[in-house]
Ligand binder design. Structure first.
Ligand code: F6R
Length: 606
């Protein structure tokens, strides 16, 4: 989704900006642009990738101050004029903006009445014109931005460049913005990952804050005009190597990284002697956990699917009600919040606006929320204050793989911890720990012998629709498989709990319809077999993910065996063939595996 990068300092700004944009690319975008000041302001923007922008840049873009943007269209179609930066009518102000201005129609109308000819269909452009108008009042950049933002309603992460001032003013409200402090240079980014090559000393702007930056100074104030001192955070966790290496795509690389990512996630968090989980970041004692009335988990997309698995594990091990909620629905249903309940916000990026809003809703109603987050220092991690980092490392492909596994693993450790404080015996706890510690190795074993994935791809790649079915803990895995295939191969997919199939989706089945079943060797397997029979009786062809050595393989047209696994942890194995099926199908159809159309890695608008 939209990304911002800005620079002030001794280096050539255009080079730093292009590098910054490259590190934002993984988030997904449709157009890009930069503005650099050197006496005049040079502005270049274009639909397409950062590489396309480079082709239109002159060989020299002199200047040491600049702002840059990757756009993911919200207001206005994808075209060059809607791309950012946007310039004011007299060219004195140039802005890049993430977020959505809700009263844009009103602002645009009042500008038109004043004779301003708007150049784009965006909500952002209006801000540039209003800032220029306000600048004419007192020629004070910070005050001009502040007065403008008092007129705006909505969300913003905003950077403003001025023709006549050597400063960048930035502001945040609901859309992340981080200032990076170097030696006599200053950076701004919407994503801490993009700052990592330059500095680890950062200031996270909070909602309602404004920063006025030169290359050597940082002045912070609130929207109301109160100055305050910056609080510098040193980012310890570097995303590390995020190059492709020997892999053709990030998605494949990340699928293969799952064993090691899981090792990182569970390391130091399991107490083998007591058969217990140990998530120190939650700061919860057994006596606290013993009193919890219920657990709620929030997430979107893949994170929601992981939360549903967490829900099942928590109920099974702790015998208390747990429920997963889709974040985007949560606050709009005016949920009742019990301050004694535990809430978890599950998110890879830590920036998903729907999940952030759900967290704020719970806070507003007196509850507390723990983050289950990958990106260290992200907005949701900071809003929650406490929680669990899932330690997947950088996930660059838009389709989430290793973050899903680590969310499930982190939630299983929590389920164990709360389970042990209530109804789970030490013996059962130890079995789960053994199972969890075996998983990385079992995934490696499976990856070495993946089964007939390419045969499965042949069966589904031209299908009108693919049905994914699983029961119990495999029902959310079916959803995750369907989401992956739909996202990157653009094949319509339906996922259902297998028992629900006969209540509707069965109507879709005809001769040759592909159905993917997930049926590990657990207590609902026999029920799943009935659903397989029902599908086959209607001519469907079955791709079956099952445990090696299980007779259920005889039910399949294409059988994909995984190593036998602890029944509560089966999602960590059964999901892998589905990730591979999605990956290879997308490749077979010539789709852009890592950057699927219309999708963004970090969805920062509601
Ligand atoms: C699926 C996918 C999305 C994300 C969703 C939530 O492959 O990537 O469905 O899972 O947008 O993102 P996070 O986890 O960053 O909150």
């Amino acid at each position: 989704m939209c990304g911002i990068f800005a620079y002030l300092g001794p280096r050539q700004a255009s080079t730093v900006l292009i590098n910054g944009l490259r590190r934002l690319e993984y988030r997904g975008y449709d157009s890009t642009g930069i503005a650099v000041k050197d006496g005049t302001i040079q502005l270049h923007k274009k639909v397409g990738k950062v590489g396309d922008l480079e082709t239109i840049l002159p060989t020299q873009v002199p200047g040491h101050i600049g702002i840059a943007h990757t756009r993911w269209a919200t207001h206005g179609i994808v075209n060059d004029s809607n791309a950012h930066p946007h310039q004011s009518v007299n060219g004195k102000v140039v802005i890049v903006h993430n977020g959505i201005i809700e009263n844009t129609r009103q602002l645009r109308t009042s500008l038109t009445v004043q004779g301003v000819e708007l150049q784009s269909d965006t909500d952002s452009e209006a801000l540039a014109h209003i800032i220029e108008r306000e600048l004419s009042v007192d020629n004070n950049p910070e005050k001009a931005v502040r007065r403008t933002l008092h007129l705006a309603r909505g969300t913003w992460g905003l950077c403003v460049l001025f023709l006549e001032h050597d400063v960048i003013v930035c502001a945040r409200n609901g859309s992340p913005l981080i200032i990076g402090q170097g030696d006599d240079e200053m950076f701004v980014s919407s994503d801490p990952h993009a700052l990592a090559p330059y500095t680890h000393r950062v200031v996270f702007l909070e909602d309602g804050e404004i920063a006025t930056l030169t290359s050597t100074s940082m002045k912070l104030s609130t929207l109301k005009g109160k100055d305050f001192n910056p609080s510098i955070t040193v980012l310890e966790e570097d995303w590390g190597e995020s190059e492709l290496g020997e892999y053709p795509h990030f998605m494949l690389k990340e699928i293969y990284e799952q064993p090691d990512a899981l090792r990182h996630c569970i390391s130091g968090r399991l107490d083998r002697v007591q058969g217990n989980g140990r998530l120190g970041g939650l700061e919860l004692e057994p006596r606290d956990l013993g009193k919890v009335p219920h657990v709620r988990l929030l997430g979107c997309g893949t994170a929601y699917n992981a939360a549903e698995i967490g829900q099942i594990m928590i109920e099974k091990l702790a015998r208390i009600p747990a429920v997963a909620h889709i974040s985007s629905e949560f606050r709009h249903n005016d949920p009742v919040i019990n301050p004694n309940a535990l809430h978890f916000a599950v998110t890879q990026s830590g920036e998903t606006a729907d999940t952030l809003s759900a967290v704020k809703e719970i806070h507003l109603k007196g509850g507390s929320v723990f983050g289950v987050v990958n990106v260290v220092g992200s907005s949701i991690a900071r809003e929650c204050g406490k929680g669990v980092y899932i330690h997947s490392g950088p996930e660059q492909a838009v389709a989430s793989t290793k973050a899903f596994s680590n969310m499930v693993a982190a939630l299983s450790v929590f389920a164990l911890q709360i389970g042990r404080s209530r109804s789970t015996s030490k013996e059962r706890g130890k079995q789960l720990i053994n199972g969890l510690q075996e998983i990385p190795h079992l995934i490696e074993e499976y990856l070495e012998n993946q089964g007939p994935i390419l045969e499965a791809v042949e069966m589904i790649k031209d299908a009108k629709c693919v049905l994914f079915l699983g029961r119990g803990i495999s029902a959310p895995v079916a959803k995750e498989g369907a989401l992956k295939l739909m996202e990157i191969a653009y094949i319509p997919c339906l996922a259902y709990p297998a028992g629900e199939m006969k209540h509707g989706p069965i109507a879709l089945l005809e001769e040759g319809s592909p159905v993917i079943f997930i049926a590990p060797n657990d207590h609902v397997k026999m029920k799943t077999i009935s659903a397989i029979h029902e599908c086959k009786a209607r001519g469907a062809r079955v791709i079956l993910i099952h445990e090696k050595g299980d007779d259920i393989a005889n039910e399949a047209d294409i059988s994909i065996p995984i190593p036998p696994v602890h029944s509560l942890l089966s999602p960590l194995l059964t999901v892998i063939p589905m990730q591979l099926i999605a990956y290879h199908t997308a490749l077979a159809l010539g789709c852009n595996v890592d950057r699927p159309r219309n999708l963004a890695k970090s969805v920062t608008v509601e």
